[in-house]
Design a protein. Structure first.
Length: 67
């Protein structure tokens, strides 16, 4: 039976997200069916220099648990 796992982070934390997903995969032995991702549009922080804040990243993993 397919199950869903959702991961999220900020775009400046992609390396940590990758490590988290790889750790989860090795610990669970999950068989990945599909991975879908989305990054939110950048928004500008209201500062005089108009610095863009990091966008949110969302990954949805569809997987099966090994029997």
């Amino acid at each position: 039976m397919h199950q869903v796992k959702i991961f999220e982070c900020r775009e400046n934390e992609i390396g940590e997200l990758e490590s988290e997903i790889n750790k989860w995969l090795s610990e669970t032995g999950a068989r990945v069916i599909n991975i879908t991702g989305n990054i939110a549009p950048q928004s500008v922080v209201s500062h005089p220099k108009s610095v863009a804040s990091p966008s949110d990243v969302l990954l949805v993993v569809v997987y099966e648990v090994p029997e």
